[in-house]
Every structure is written in structure tokens, then in C-alpha cells.
Design a protein around this ligand. Structure first.
Ligand code: PLP
Length: 461
């Protein structure tokens, strides 16, 4: 196995175009007016003309695969993923029922079993590919509700998650019929991980009020700082109170496939269910995520329903109709792009690509430590680090404003797309470095360029 370097990727067409193009191209009023004209059906036009229009429309965008796009959780689709996605769209197989494509359904089941094994779930585990982390969380928490809460108790059910949890979790809980007053936001500790003592206190207090704690959602990689909740301790507590442990691993579950860091996420093996985005750190095109459950029958128990018009679709334990595992009936073969990528690149290369993200975040931290006036507001964790420029004597509000300016100017100068966030109430710059195209040298250069902007802007404030 050759060792992975960012150089491998700079050879691809994507990288060539990414390096020479703007990270973000905003659309002005005139552009939008022109695009509005293109929106509606018209007399026929040639394919070439419409491709031209499509290029125009798409030219205004954030290039999420650009090596200097470091905001959100970048989606860095490998060329293998694009090709797998394009081919899957071309075949356009109906993946809701076994008969729609026994071959692709077999691959989905096998891939799910392999992914579940990687995070240490038992052979009973199962799951389904879905469109994203939000839907993966929703799907898993539906099973949690149905397994651990009697229908008569729905009004009394209580769910616990930390104040660092992604908003898609409470959103999914609302969709599932829970009210905000049934959700407990447990404070995080200084390292942004759920405070388990406070969690326990809250569960005990709710039980004493006759409420029914049934679900804990733990984070495996928070969006803001890359924190991992203490999954083993939380699992012990869940077990003690007969509660379901769901883990939002949309970002961090991929670390289970890393070469060097997989032990960080060993606690995933304790989960009753896991949400995992392949369109984040598994380098897939958008619309590819996974819901895993410890026992696949738990998904089937929540989602199995059918109609007379489907009576001819065979189904059985070994040949399931996958619409019985999730929300969608008509569904594309979302998993085939991941399968394609794993077959082309191999798991070892993916492991090295994941490890690279850790390396680059650590390099950013090391570089910042050599420069004056930078404060690390959350250290490099997974591939995420947050920091802020705050010269001595500058008041907090001015520093907040200054860091917003640094973010804005860095984008205007095409240095990097790095947006701000709040960390312990301070406006901070947040970098997520999962892109294998972002080399250590590139990251160090970006930090130096931010420093120049910061020093200049501080003088002008
Ligand atoms: C930790 C975490 N959970 C859930 C989500 C939602 O995933 P998606 O955007 O794929 O719906 C995100 C997205 O950024 C995330 O970072």
C-alpha cells in the first residue's frame, strides 16, 4: 500500500479546476434577474444551449470541494463518488423493493453490514441509506420512540441531548410529534462534551416527576468543535434506565474507518442507533447518509406498511423490501456511489484521507501558536479547530467584529472561506479541514494570510 499524499488528489481534474477558480462566486441583482428568466419552461432549446444555461446557473456557488473551502463540514466528493453517482442515476433503478434490483439491494445490505461491523455493532445490526444526516437522525429516532416509549406515554416521553447538538435533532423530534418541553438540553463541559453528571441528575429528576425518559442522543463529532460525548458512560446510564442511546455521528462516525484515530470513536459500539453522513467525511456527493441500528428488526417494526398494489413484490428476511426500513418508497440507489468509491480507492486510501483531516487541523493549531494575538477557542479535534484574533486590550465586542471582518476579507480576497461561529460566547473563526486537497502547506499559508488581514484590519478599527 503506497502512502496517501495530498499530491495524489491534486492530479485530478477536480483539483485543477478547484485551485484556479473562485471559492465562492456571489450573484448580483442582474445575474439573478437573468437566471429568473431561465427558470421556466420555454420553446425547445438545444441540449448545448441548455448546458450553457446550466453552467451559467452553477457558476454562482460556493465550491465545496475547493481546498480553501474550510467552512461548514465541507463535502469533498471524490471523482469515484461522482462517477458512481452518475452511473447510478443513469441506471435509475427502483431501490425501494427487492425486485427493483436484487443486485443493488444485495450491495446495500452487505455495505450496511460492513459499516456496522466497522463501528463494532453486532451481526443483528442493519440499516438503510438515506439522503442526509437530518433524515438519518429522524429515521433512527423513530425506532427509538417505538421501542422505548409506550404509545400512551408519548406525552410524557423525555429526550436528552447536549447543548452542542446539531439542530436537526430537535427538528426531527418535532417531526416525530414531541414538544420542545419534552427535550432537555444538557450543558456541555469545558471541552464541549456532554456533562454526564448533569445528564443523570436530569433523568432522575424527570423520573421523580412521573415523566418517562426514553432517549439519549450523544454526539460523535459536534459540528461546532468536533467534540465527542463520553459514549461509554452515557451508554451505561442509558442501560441503567432502560433508555435508547442514539449517536449523531453524521460527522464523526467516519473516524471508525480512519487508520490512526479509530479508537477515539470506540464508544459507537454501544449505540442502539447511529446516524452517519457519507457525504461528509466519506467523500461522497450530496444525498448519501446512513442510518444504522443495533437490531435491524427495530427499523422494520417502525416502518413496515404496505398496499395491495405491492402484493407481487417478494419480501423476506434475506430479501427485504427496503422501503420497510425507512421513510421512502421510491428511492435511488444512494449507496452505489460509496460502493464504487470503496471498490476504486480501497478502504486503506479512504482511511488515509480521513487521517489527513486530523493532520491539517493540528497543523493549523501549531501555526497559530507561532503568531501573536491568536487565541485558540477550541483546540484541533477531529478535523475542526476554532480560533480568534484578539490583541491585548481589545474589548470583546470589537474583537467579535474584527473576526467577522477577517472572515469576510479572506473570502473577498479568495484566500479561504472560513465562517465565524460562537464558542463560549465569543465570535471565532472555524476551520474544518476534511478536504484531502488541503495540504499542510496550504493550511499554513492560509493562516499566515489571515494574520496579515487581521493585523491590518485591527489597525483600521
Ligand atoms: C453533527 C451533525 N449532525 C447532523 C447534521 C445534518 O446532516 P445533513 O446536513 O446531512 O442533513 C450535520 C450537518 O452538518 C452535522 O454536522
Amino acid at each position: 500500500m503506497g502512502s496517501y499524499t495530498g499530491e495524489d488528489y491534486t492530479k485530478t481534474l477536480e483539483s485543477i479546476s478547484a485551485q484556479t477558480s473562485p471559492i465562492f462566486r456571489p450573484a448580483g441583482e442582474e445575474d439573478l434577474a437573468r437566471i429568473r428568466e431561465l427558470a421556466l419552461p420555454t420553446q425547445t432549446r438545444t441540449v448545448e444551449q441548455v448546458i450553457g444555461e446550466m453552467n451559467d446557473i452553477y457558476s454562482f456557488r460556493a465550491r465545496v470541494g475547493h481546498p480553501r473551502f474550510l467552512t461548514a463540514i465541507p463535502s469533498v466528493a471524490t471523482p469515484a463518488s461522482w462517477l458512481g453517482d452518475i452511473l447510478a442515476s443513469a441506471f435509475n433503478a427502483f431501490s425501494g423493493v427487492w425486485l427493483g434490483g436484487p443486485g443493488i439491494a444485495t450491495i446495500e445490505l452487505e455495505l450496511i453490514a460492513w459499516l456496522a461491523a466497522q463501528i463494532g455493532l453486532p451481526a443483528s445490526a442493519g440499516g438503510i441509506f438515506v439522503s442526509g444526516g437530518s433524515v438519518a437522525n429522524l429515521t433512527a429516532m423513530t425506532a427509538a420512540r417505538d421501542q422505548r416509549l409506550k404509545q400512551d406515554d408519548r406525552g410524557k416521553g423525555i429526550i436528552y441531548f447536549s447543548d452542542e447538538t446539531h439542530f436537526c435533532v430537535p427538528k426531527a423530534l418535532r417531526i416525530l410529534g414531541f414538544f420542545d418541553h419534552q427535550m432537555r438540553k444538557i450543558p456541555s463541559d469545558k471541552k464541549f462534551s456532554m456533562d454526564v453528571a448533569k445528564l443523570e441528575e436530569a433523568i432522575v429528576a424527570d423520573k421523580s416527576q412521573g415523566l418517562v425518559p426514553f432517549l439519549i442522543v450523544a454526539n460523535c463529532g459536534t459540528t461546532n468543535t468536533g467534540a465527542i460525548d463520553p459514549m461509554d458512560e452515557i451508554a451505561d446510564l442509558a442501560q441503567e434506565h432502560n433508555m435508547w442511546l442514539h449517536v449523531d455521528g453524521a460527522y464523526g462516525a467516519s473516524v471508525a474507518l480512519s487508520g490512526q484515530y479509530r479508537s477515539l470513536v470506540a464508544g459507537l459500539r454501544r449505540a442502539d442507533s447511529v446516524a452517519w453522513d457519507a457525504h461528509k467525511w466519506l467523500f461522497q456527493t450530496f444525498g448519501c447518509a446512513i442510518t444504522l441500528v443495533r437490531d435491524r428488526k427495530h427499523l422494520a417494526e417502525s416502518f413496515t406498511l404496505s398496499g395491495d398494489y405491492l402484493q407481487d413484490t417478494v419480501s423476506g428476511e434475506d430479501q427485504p423490501n427496503l422501503f420497510n426500513y425507512g421513510i421512502e418508497l421510491t428511492r435511488p440507489a444512494r449507496h452505489m456511489r460509496l460502493w464504487f468509491s470503496l471498490r476504486v480507492l480501497g478502504a486503506d486510501t479512504i482511511a488515509q484521507m480521513i487521517d489527513h483531516g486530523f493532520l491539517v487541523a493540528a497543523a493549523a493549531e501549531a501555526k497559530l501558536a507561532t503568531l501573536e494575538h491568536w487565541k485558540i477557542t477550541s483546540p484541533a479535534r477531529l478535523s475542526t479547530i476554532t480560533f480568534r484574533f484578539c490583541p491585548e486590550g481589545m474589548d470583546e465586542d470589537t474583537a467579535d467584529q474584527l473576526n467577522g471582518i477577517i472572515s469576510r476579507d479572506a473570502l473577498e480576497q479568495n484566500i479561504a472561506m472560513i465562517q465565524t461561529t460562537q464558542v463560549h460566547g465569543q465570535t471565532s473563526l472555524r476551520v474544518c479541514s476534511i478536504n484531502p486537497l488541503t495540504t499542510v502547506a496550504c493550511m499554513e499559508q492560509i493562516i499566515e494570510q489571515l494574520h496579515v488581514i487581521a493585523c491590518k484590519s485591527a489597525l483600521e478599527l
